[in-house]
Design a protein around this ligand. Structure first.
Ligand code: PLP
Length: 392
């Protein structure tokens, strides 16, 4: 008898974790591996954020918090949403603090989607959306974007994927893996599409704080008529370098948020109480640290884009945000991105993600993370140049 629930049969192990495991294995054998595969800031969390959590521990914040989150953090999030992107959310009824943006996404999808309901996911996309939909019995529908138009979302494309089971659409800007940030026209297209087909939007804005060349950050919930049909998900992992803290939030209309809260209450209870005090310090403290990290990402981005474009057969666009580049590798002569990524890891000791890991539209590309030092980036590009030259 198989004791594992059948809902797991279609679910793949996270591709990012798989690459990470391979990197650990190779390193254990003494191989020098440069890891550009993962998606985690290399910075430690800011000092004042750490102090906020340590103080909280000394203040006795070692108990459960309200399931919705600490009131002062909810107020700070409400303020941030309004200031940064014009999203109006009542801290008492329209926001929930969650242990990670990932959990916010999971409980949001759980709340919106019945088994069999479809959620449209423009792809290439972050690896977990599809698996989350599968886990709750919903149907992820990949809307395949094209690199030829810079992975832009168009109304015409979305119309091809809508059915009478469509219930929601997932939007991620700045985007992992493509680096694309939504333009006002695209955001408008998505909003009118959602309104016309009566869909909910789940907007994952986790990379909001990391943007380049004055790329705009647009929250779909701030567009006319969208607040009542959008769940905005964000968190502290990327912008504040707080991945290990597991802290995020979701904001949306009160009737939906009250249902999301039930899922949180019955799944995890609440986010860590002292962790939330760290989050409060992050939002209310000096924002200069974010700008410093963003400046460093910008320098690394320039370095990796220039380096990759100097390689034969590779073309790399400048991302609007996030800390990934998603170059086109079709000119290198490899038959697939998986073959290229495997070759790169075994020959050059450079770990990257094959584009296919991110779903339809990802083939012909690889994702490199530049959340690593400039030295590592230079060395990685150098190794790629050396080993690509050997092949030709
Ligand atoms: N959304 C996207 C697009 C991500 O890339 C990630 C992390 O890799 C997350 C959400 C999850 O963030 P968190 O660490 O808050 O769970």
């Amino acid at each position: 008898r198989n004791h594992v629930a059948t809902r797991f049969s279609g679910i793949e192990k996270s591709a990012t974790y798989a690459v990470l495991e391979l990197v650990h294995e190779l390193r254990a054998k003494g191989v020098s591996v440069l890891d550009l595969g993962g998606g985690e800031p290399d910075f430690d969390s800011p000092e004042h954020v750490v102090a906020g959590a340590v103080d909280a521990l000394h203040d006795g914040f070692t108990h459960y918090s309200p399931s919705r989150g600490l009131p002062e953090l909810l107020t700070a999030i409400s303020h941030k949403l309004r200031e940064d992107s014009g999203v109006v959310a009542d801290p008492a009824t329209e926001i929930i603090v969650t242990p990670s943006a990932k959990h916010a996404l999971f409980i949001s999808l759980m709340t919106l989607l019945d088994p069999g309901d479809e959620i449209i996911i423009p792809t290439p996309s972050w690896v977990s959306y599809k698996s989350m939909a599968h886990l709750i019995g919903a149907v992820p529908v990949s809307a395949e974007l094209s690199s030829e138009n810079g992975f832009r979302v168009t109304r015409e494309l979305l119309e091809r994927y809508v059915t009478d089971r469509s219930k929601a659409i997932l939007v991620n800007s700045p985007n992992n893996p493509t680096g694309h940030t939504l333009t006002p026209e695209e955001a408008e297209d998505i909003a009118s599409f959602a309104r016309d087909h009566d869909l909910f939007v789940v907007s994952d804005e986790i990379y909001e704080k990391i943007r380049y060349n004055r790329a705009e950050h647009i929250s779909i919930a701030a567009l006319p008529g969208m607040a009542e049909r959008t769940l905005t998900v964000n968190g502290f992992s990327k912008g504040y370098a707080m991945t290990g803290w597991r802290l995020g939030y979701v904001a949306g209309p009160a009737p939906v948020i009250s249902e999301v809260l039930k899922v949180q209450q019955h799944s995890v209870g609440c986010a860590g109480s002292f962790v939330q005090r760290g989050g409060l310090a992050a939002l209310t403290g000096d924002q200069g640290v974010i700008a410093e990290m963003a400046d460093e990402y910008a320098a690394r981005m320039a370095l990796i884009v220039k380096g990759l474009n100097s390689l034969p057969g590779i073309t790399c666009d400048i991302p609007g945000g996030g800390f990934y580049v998603f170059p086109d590798i079709r000119g290198t002569g490899f038959s697939s991105s998986a073959e290229f990524a495997e070759w790169l890891l075994t020959e050059a000791g450079v770990a990257v993600m094959p584009g296919t890991a991110f779903g339809p539209g990802g083939e012909g590309h690889i994702r490199l993370s530049f959340a690593t030092s400039r030295d590592v980036i230079e060395e990685a590009v150098g190794r790629m140049a050396r080993d690509l030259a050997k092949r030709s």
